[in-house]
Design a protein around this ligand. Sequence first.
Ligand code: CA
Length: 238
Amino acid sequence: MTDSAANILIVEDERSIASFLRRGLVFEGYDVRVTDSGAQALTITRDSQVDLIVLDIMLPGEVDGVEVCRRIRGAGDQVPILMLTARDEVADRVEGLDAGADDYMVKPFAFEELLARLRALLRRKETRGETREEDESGTYAFSDLSLDTTTRFAYRGERQIELTAREFDLLLLFLRHPQQVMTRELIMERIWGDDFPGESNVLEVTISNLRRRLEAEGEPRLLQTVRGVGYALREQTS
Ligand code: CA
């Protein structure tokens, strides 16, 4: 990329807020696009350069903000997303962050604070971008576990481990979010998506198979169950 201004996409159906944001951000020198539709936001993000998205949670139509976020992350796009919510409700925030948003703000907010958070997200994107590009086609690692995305082999130390396609996807998801608790729903959505097998226990089975492979030589468990929530890649604490 050149040193041109960052492209910010505003997804907001409340016109007064959308135009207030657009004017403010244009004044700050950003390239700004606005849409009031979640579906359109997905098209724009897919088809053009978007460096950051300001995303309202409550949007008209089929695709609300959480869904936009989920689909963007589901497509493997790590564009920074700042969510806006009108309701100061913990549930909304958690849902937004679970769906892969980087930050959120509760309306009404001060423009200066929004600016500060956007700058922080854009900075993070730049520093992340440098390491990430190597990572994408290389190796992810956590503790003595590593995953080579070109050969698709996992390793515990030097021990090479063969994975099925699903196990590979699942392990990559965890290695991209080390230490983070990933909810069942989030994992299902990302790994199985449209093939979502409803009430089946396919996730539990895949996790259990993956563990069997990763712990075949008695290695300590890294894929932990977080009871009632989901799973996390972390070292055993007890
Ligand atoms: Ca709205």
